[in-house]
Design a protein around this ligand. Sequence first.
Ligand code: PLP
Length: 347
Amino acid sequence: MSAAASIDLRSDTVTQPTPAMRQAMAEAEVGDDVYGEDPTVRALEEECAELLGHEAALFMPSGCMGNQVAIHLHTRAGDEVIVEASGHSYDYELSGMAALSGVQPRAVIGDRGLLRVEDLRPHLAERPYYRSAVGLVIVENTHNMAGGRLVPEEDLRAVLQLCTDSRVPVHLDGARLFNAAVASGDSPAALAFGFDTVMVSLSKGLCAPAGSLLVGGSEPMREARRVRKLFGGGMRQVGVLAAAGRVALATMIDRLAEDHANARRLAAGLLQCSTLELAFGHVDTNIVVVDIAKTGLSAAAFCTGMRQRGVLCLATGPTTVRFVTHHDINDTDIDVAVKSAGSLLAG
Ligand SMILES: *Cc1c(COP(=O)(O)O)cnc(C)c1O
């Protein structure tokens, strides 16, 4: 890492694989996974399906592919997919669902990222034939662009019940589902319960170098294997990556609590600057989004000033800046980040 910018709070995707992961990767037993012959991939898929309480799981090269395969699985061309307006699958995966599945997203503005049942209900009402059919609803937990927000259990259940009553499948974008589990005290299986498919990332807070898993029923996952291949995601001796993923699931979930504590510490420190505000009111997990409008700086200028002080953060809007805590950030780094913001805003 360069000395000029050594504290990287842009994202938890920057995490390095741990020594235990590198060792597991070196020793992994592998085979051709397109033929279903990689024992390490199979073990990872079984362990993940079990952890999330679903029948089957499929290893994916990325979270985006997991989401896009799920969308393809549940919809027909011409369908509508209901997403929250700042959702990852809508805003940060190009126009993947249009390009790959021929479906039209309907972006519903939630309450700071939270798709409420009242917002959803009108869209799930019976429609005449000349309107598009709703093929899928997507829920994101935690919600990335809403500051790592945790979806409250009662909202999750209400949305799932409405979708069940309307016979519309629901996909959970759970790139950070394990953060949600640690923060809420609910098990990952409890949070994944009731969804038709769930995507979880290994390469964010869990530190694996790459990969995500799509979980769901055995039958849909057989079809997902076909769609993954269609999208170019069939991989061969990929047990070398799955080995890191197994270490991630077995050893890296509980420690996410440290990242959450660091995020709260960072938020408390940043709020000592009177011109900084939390963009979403509170910090639930490992993401802190600050509104810097009152500083008079643009988000881009703020990030440049921080970079000059050795701290990397990300402009997510004209006046919003995101900081993400993770395994490779300790409490001293947090103190440096807070001091840097103080010196930038004092100067
Ligand atoms: C990062 C992320 C993804 C995509 O994961 P990649 O592995 O980067 O493709 C999907 N959904 C959410 C909420 C994310 O934060």
